[in-house]
Structure formats: C-alpha cells, structure tokens
Design a protein around this ligand. Structure first.
Ligand code: ADP
Length: 258
C-alpha cells in the first residue's frame, strides 16, 4: 500500500478538474459577453433605420416636401429603410431558429426560370429609381429545383442588397448549369473584398470594415452567414471571387431535381 502514490494521483486528478472548471467558467463568461455584444449590436441595427423612418415621416408631416418629386423621394427612403428592417428581422429570425435547432424549410418543386423571373420583376421596380443598373442575362435557365420560395427570395435579397450597397454602377445576374446543378451568379463592379477576408466572410457578424459598414451601409454582418446557412439547408453551396476595386461575384448553386 502506497498512500503517497494515492495522494499524488488524487492531487493530479483534482488539478485537472480545477483546470476544466476554470475553462468552463471562462467559456460561459465569453458566451455571456458574446450574447451581450449581440444584443447591443442588434439594438443598434434596429434603431438606425427606425430613427430615419421616424425622421422622414415627421418631415412629411411638417410639410417639408413642397413638390411631388421631393415627396416621392422621402417616401422612397422610408420604403428603403423599412425594407432594411424587414431583411434584418428575417435574418435574425433564421439565425435564432438555427441556433435553437428549430429551423425548417417548406420545400416545393419549382421551375427556376419562373421563380427568378417573378423575383426580378419585383426587383426591377426597386432599381427604377436608382442610378445602379440591374442587368439580367436572360433567359434564366428553366429547370426544376426544390426550394423554399420564401427563403430562396431571402437569399437573393441578401446578395442583391449587398451588391447594391457596394457596387459602383451595375449588378449582373446570370444562370448556368453544370453537373446537374443550377448556378446563379450575382456580380458587381464595386469595391471588392480583400483576399484575406474571404475565408471569414460567411461568419456571423463578420464585416470587412465594421464601423463603415455599420454606419454607412446599415449592415449587421449577418446577411452572408444566413445565405450560407440557407443554401446549405437546400443542399447547395456558395462561392465568392473578388478583386479589389473591380468587384465581387457571389455564386450560389443548388441541385437540379431530375
Ligand atoms: P450585412 O448583413 O451587414 O450586409 P453580410 O454578411 O451580408 O453583412 O456581409 C459581410 C461583409 O462582407 C459586409 O460588411 C461587407 O464588408 C462585405 N461584403 C458583402 N458583400 C459585398 C460586396 N458585394 N462587395 C463588397 N463587400 C461585400
């Protein structure tokens, strides 16, 4: 019988337990900090467009818009900010549902050509009053895909709204087919993204230039993380290529239902 040995083993075990406990506490602490940061950032993201909606509505009530043109311009801005809020809430809803394991898709077998034509009919209207050109390389490939139309629209919305935020003059949308997959590419001729950032681009809350993207673009850093989650839930994927000062191309792919 060697009591010293046993005491030694016990001390070793105890030390390991202490380290594990400390790590768990630190992990919890980090999670808690992350959660607080998340709430602060969401509050900020929700408040920014809301403040400007309230401002424009008040201005309209005060009769500041003297002519029809200014009136329509103010309404356009209100609409745009409300859409931004809508996107953000949609993105947050997917994010939290995913975190809670409650996310589901309502898949339908849909003709891709019809889906894209319908979506861009609505979008074209949004670009009518913008100085950015939306170029649709038609006809879009018409094949059958299994998608949740609401979530599919959300993906396209996120990619188009990013392209619109960062482009210089135009956005091009095109479709191709390869290896029984449909590819939808959305390209812009904007600022581009530094190569070093591409690998983190799809992480939740990642922004290339946090201050500028948040303040000037009303960003939350959730959009691309949601697109990735959604496209992967559709058994698809997303790729990006980008050149600084020339622009970026985001391509989503989805299996064709044969
Ligand atoms: P958000 O929801 O704030 O738009 P995203 O996750 O969609 O955030 O995008 C993350 C970051 O990636 C943005 O803050 C921006 O810096 C960069 N980014 C996304 N799309 C583009 C693009 N088309 N051109 C240049 N930068 C982009």
């Amino acid at each position: 019988y060697q009591p010293d040995n046993e005491i030694g083993e016990f001390c070793e075990e105890f030390d390991k337990m202490r380290v594990r406990l400390r790590d768990t506490i630190m992990e919890q602490h980090e999670l808690e900090k992350g959660r607080k940061r998340l709430i602060a950032s969401i509050t900020h993201d929700l408040r920014t467009p809301l403040t400007s909606i309230i401002g424009y509505v008040e201005a309209l009530q005060d009769g500041i818009a003297k002519d029809q043109n200014t009136y329509e311009q103010y309404l356009g801005t209100i609409h745009e900010k409300a859409e931004l809020l809508n996107h953000l809430i949609d993105d947050l809803s997917v994010y939290t549902k995913q975190e809670l394991g409650e996310f589901t898709l309502n898949l339908e077998r849909i003709n891709s050509g019809r889906l894209l034509n319908h979506y861009f009919e609505h979008k074209t209207y949004e670009f009518k009053f913008s100085n950015i050109k939306l170029i649709l390389r038609k006809p879009f490939i018409a094949t059958y895909i299994n998608v949740d139309p609401y979530r599919f629209t959300q993906m396209l919305d996120n990619l188009i709204s990013n392209a619109k935020k960062y482009t210089r003059s135009q956005i091009v949308v095109e479709t191709t087919v390869r290896n029984y997959r449909l590819f939808i590419t959305i390209s812009d001729d904007g600022t581009g993204i530094p190569q070093d950032y591409l690998q983190n681009l799809f992480d939740p809350f990642f922004m290339v230039n946090k201050k500028k993207d948040q303040r000037e673009k009303g960003g939350s850093g959730l959009g691309l993380a949601i697109v990735k989650q959604l496209i992967e839930a559709h058994e698809g994927g997303i790729d990006v290529t980008s050149t600084i000062d020339q622009g970026s191309s985001f391509t989503i792919n989805i299996p064709i239902d044969r």
